[in-house]
Design a protein around this ligand. Structure first.
Ligand SMILES: NC(=O)C1=CN([C@@H]2O[C@H](COP(=O)(O)OP(=O)(O)OC[C@H]3O[C@@H](n4cnc5c(N)ncnc54)[C@H](O)[C@@H]3O)[C@@H](O)[C@H]2O)C=CC1
Ligand SMILES: O=C(O)CCC(=O)C(=O)O
Length: 528
C-alpha cells in the first residue's frame, strides 16, 4: 500500500531522508499553499508534515478524510487543532528534543543583544552613525534572570545564564524548592519571579492558561527597567500591554522572536527603539532543523508501517520497557471488547476493566484504549482507533473505570471487562497463556477456554441430556463445522452456556433455527 505525504512547510532535505528511504511513500513538498488550497487538497493525503507556519485548523482536519498522522517538526503544536485531530482519530507527533539547544542559544543571544543594545548599535553604524553614548548597556553578571517555564528550553537557558554569572529564579508548576536547590537556582511563585527579576524570559507553551500570562497587571508587578525576552510563543505576552509598558518606561527593553500574528512585516512594537526582534528564528539552525525533521519523519514512517511512534502528542507516551510488557495484551484487550459488545447487544452505560496478576503492576492506559476500541468498533467500524477511542466513548456518555488487583484467580494475568447496561452487568475475562496466546476464560460466571478468533457462537441453554446432540446435527445440516466446543453450567439441570468456534459464519437462518430449539434461551453469533 502506498502512502501520500504532504510537506507544507520548509523542512530540512537531509531531515526527510527517512521518508525517502522508506518504501511506498509518495512525497509532495508544497510550501506555498494558502489555507484554502490546503483544505482543498488535504483529502488526498495520509500524512501531513508541518513546522509552525501551516495552520492545521478544524476546517482542514474535517476535509482530511484519509489523514492518519500529522507530524510537527518542532515542539509547539499550537498551530494544530489537537481536539479536532483527536476526534478524527488522527495522531499528532512532534519532535520535542531536536531544537531545545538552538532555542536556548537563541534566547541567550537575545538576552545579550538586549543588554548591550547590539542590534540598535549595529543599525546606527550601518546608517553611518558612530554613537557610543546612546548604546551604553548593562552587565548580566549578578543580575537576576526570572525564568517562567522550566522545561527543556527553560532549563538549558538556566545553565547558560549561570555561566554568565546571573542569579536565576524560576517558576514552573512542576518546580519544587528542593529541585530548584539541586539546580542551584532560586524558586519562586510567578509573582516573586516578576517582582525580583531584572530580565525575564518565558519558556511555557501557548495554552489557554498561558494566553496573556504576561499582561498589564503582570507588568505592574515587575521592577521598573526590567527587560523581557519571549522566544516561546506570541500570545503569552499581551502585546498591547507590552507596548504600553515600554512607552511608560516600566519596561526598558524587549527581545521578541515570536508574535501573536505571524508572519507580518509591520508591527507597532517594532517602531519602538527598545524592542529588538527576530522572525521566529529560535529553532532555525541547520542542526535543529535536521534533527526535528529526522525525528518526525521516523515517527511518520513508524506509524504508517504499523510501528509504535516515539513522540505522540495526543496519546500518552509509554516508556519502551513497559510497552514491551503490555503490547502482547493489545490483541486480547481489543478482542474482549469486541466479544462483549457482541454478547451484550445493548446500550452500554459504563465499562469497568479489571487488571489482575501481572497486569496490576504496569501502566494499563494503552490496554484500556484497546478494550474500548474493541467495544466501539462493532458500531463505529474502523473510524475508531487508539487516538479517538476514549474521546468517542466519552461522547457517547460511557463512563470508563479501571481497577487493579494482584490476585488473578489462578492465572498469572487476567483481564476482565464488565459492562453495565439497562438489563444489568455482563462480563468476559481473558488471559494470555504463556506460549499459547490469548484465551477467553470466563463469560459472566461460566468458565470456558476459547481462543478469541474467528466465528464464535454463544448459546445459553438448559443443562439437559440431548441438547448438545441436537445443536450439533442442526449445524451439520447447515454445513457448519465445529472447531472447538466449551460447555459450563451453573448447576445440574440449571442454566448452561456453550461456546462454539465454527469454521464459517452462522447465517440468519441457522441462527433462528437454533433459537427455536426448545432448551435454548439465547444464541449470539460473534465474529472476532
Ligand atoms: N522560538 C522558537 O523557534 C521555539 C519556540 N518553542 C516554544 O517553547 C516552548 C517551550 O518548549 P520546551 O521547553 O521544549 O517545552 P517543555 O514542555 O519542555 O517546557 C514547558 C514548561 O512550561 C511549563 N509551564 C506550563 N504552564 C506554565 C505556566 N502557566 N507557568 C509557568 N510554567 C508553565 C511546563 O510545566 C513545562 O515545564 C514550546 O511550547 C514552544 O512553543 C520551542 C522551540 C523553538
Ligand atoms: O518550525 C520552527 O522553526 C519553529 C519552531 C518552534 O517554534 C517550535 O518548535 O515550537
Amino acid at each position: 500500500m502506498a502512502f501520500n505525504i504532504l510537506i507544507s512547510d520548509p523542512l530540512s532535505e537531509e531531515g526527510i531522508q527517512p521518508l525517502r528511504d522508506a518504501e511506498d511513500m509518495n512525497i509532495v513538498i508544497d510550501t506555498t499553499l494558502t489555507p484554502e488550497e490546503l483544505a482543498d487538497q488535504i483529502g488526498a493525503y495520509d500524512a501531513l508534515l508541518v513546522r509552525s507556519q501551516t495552520q492545521v485548523t478544524r476546517e482542514v482536519i474535517s476535509k482530511a478524510s484519509k489523514l492518519k498522522i500529522i507530524g510537527r517538526a518542532g515542539v509547539g503544536v499550537d498551530n494544530i487543532d489537537l481536539d479536532a485531530a483527536t476526534e478524527h482519530g488522527i495522531i499528532v507527533v512532534n519532535a520535542p528534543n531536536g531544537n531545545t539547544n538552538s532555542a536556548a542559544e537563541h534566547t541567550m543571544a537575545m538576552i545579550m543583544s538586549l543588554s548591550r543594545n547590539i542590534p540598535q548599535a549595529y543599525h546606527a553604524l550601518k546608517n553611518h552613525k558612530w554613537d557610543r553614548k546612546k548604546f551604553v548597556g548593562v552587565e548580566l553578571k549578578n543580575k537576576t534572570l526570572g525564568v517562567i517555564g522550566l522545561g527543556r528550553i527553560g532549563t538549558e537557558v538556566t545553565v547558560r545564564a549561570k555561566g554568565q554569572r546571573m542569579n536565576v529564579i524560576a517558576y514552573d508548576p512542576f518546580l519544587t524548592e528542593e529541585k530548584a536547590d539541586k539546580m542551584g537556582i532560586g524558586y519562586g511563585t510567578i509573582q516573586e519571579v516578576l517582582e525580583k527579576a531584572d530580565f525575564i524570559t518565558i519558556h511555557t507553551p501557548l495554552l489557554k492558561e498561558t494566553k496573556h500570562l504576561i499582561n498589564a497587571s503582570a507588568f505592574q508587578q515587575m521592577k521598573t527597567g526590567v527587560q523581557i525576552v519571549n522566544c516561546a510563543r506570541g500570545g503569552i505576552i499581551d502585546e498591547e500591554a507590552l507596548y504600553d509598558a515600554i512607552v511608560s518606561k516600566k519596561v526598558a527593553g524587549a527581545a521578541l522572536d515570536v508574535f501573536e500574528e505571524e508572519p507580518f512585516v509591520d508591527h507597532k512594537l517594532l517602531d519602538l527603539p527598545e524592542v529588538i526582534a527576530t522572525p521566529h528564528l529560535g529553532a532555525s539552525t541547520f542542526e535543529a532543523q535536521e534533527s526535528v525533521a529526522v525525528d518526525v519523519s521516523h515517527d511518520v514512517v513508524r506509524f504508517l508501517t504499523g510501528d509504535l511512534v516515539k513522540n505522540p502528542v495526543n496519546l500518552p507516551s509509554v516508556p519502551n520497557d513497559i510497552m514491551n510488557r503490555i503490547e502482547p495484551y493489545f490483541n486480547l484487550a481489543e478482542k474482549l471488547g469486541l466479544f462483549l459488545i457482541g454478547l451484550t447487544g445493548e446500550v452500554v452505560e459504563d465499562i469497568t476493566i479489571y487488571y489482575s496478576g501481572d497486569l496490576s503492576e504496569v501502566e494499563v492506559a494503552p490496554l484500556t484504549r484497546n478494550t474500548v476500541k474493541g467495544l466501539l468498533k462493532r458500531h463505529l467500524g474502523d473510524h475508531v482507533n487508539d487516538v479517538n477511542a476514549l474521546y468517542l466513548a466519552e461522547q457517547k456518555g460511557i463512563t470508563i473505570n479501571e481497577s487493579k488487583t494482584s490476585k488473578a484467580k489462578g492465572f498469572t494475568n487476567l483481564l476482565k471487562v464488565e459492562v453495565k447496561t439497562k438489563s444489568g452487568k455482563r462480563s468476559v475475562s481473558g488471559t494470555l497463556l504463556n506460549g499459547l496466546g490469548p484465551r477467553i476464560v470466563k463469560v459472566d460466571n461460566y468458565s470456558v477456554d476459547v481462543t478469541p478468533e474467528g466465528h464464535i457462537v454463544v448459546i445459553h441453554h438448559k443443562d439437559q441430556p440431548g441438547v448438545i446432540g441436537r445443536m450439533g446435527s442442526l449445524l451439520a445440516q447447515h454445513q457448519i463445522n465445529i472447531a472447538t466446543m466449551q460447555v459450563d453450567r451453573s448447576d445440574i439441570g440449571g442454566d448452561a452456556i456453550m461456546l462454539l468456534r465454527v469454521d464459517k459464519h452462522l447465517g440468519k437462518e441457522g441462527l433462528s433455527e437454533l433459537k427455536a430449539l426448545n432448551e435454548i434461551y439465547d444464541v449470539t453469533a460473534i465474529d472476532l
